[in-house]
Design a binder for this molecule. Sequence first.
Ligand code: 5GP
Length: 189
Amino acid sequence: MKRGKILIISGPSGAGKTTVVKEFLSRVKTPFHCSISATTRSPRPGEIDGVNYHFITPEQFAAKKAENGFLESVEVFGTGVWYGTPIEEVEPYLNKGEWTLLEIDVRGCELIKQRYGKEVVSVFISPGSMKALEERLRGRKTESEADIAIRLKRAEAEMATADKYDYIVVNDVVAKAADAICHIVEKEI
Ligand code: 5GP
């Protein structure tokens, strides 16, 4: 059977990735599995363990990492909070011929590309502007001022990595951005 491919979606926090991904999944014709990452950060209000993330303790994370249970893992904001892609969220689905979507940061993207090469299609979601990004970050009222400052600083660094991706999609209108990703998938099948 033809193995599925990995679709990586990256972009700065506040670029609207989650909304675009949700819209994309409601439109795409190909069967997709969404990988659920593990993280040591606390759930935001409304986030559910096993749905948004596998919320685990730093000890559980370290143990899984030590037994090579992650395809990649990164301390994304350099603040002691870890994120990682569990192997079991990806491999079984690729083997079944399903595409698997990973919403991960730029370093995670590079690690996955090193491992999977041509099986990876990477898309960078860019906010319309830094102003739009800041408005979205503040609007969702889920981060403290200190966290917003960290995310804004990191967003600038992340924007500078956009050219490492196979495709860049600007999220000015969600439906348009979702359709653009659908076209990318159709082209890469
Ligand atoms: P958030 O805390 O807002 O959910 O996610 C913060 C950042 O971590 C986002 O850029 C997101 O793409 C990234 N991220 C989420 N899961 C993973 C993962 O498993 N691996 C890596 N490398 N980054 C991740």
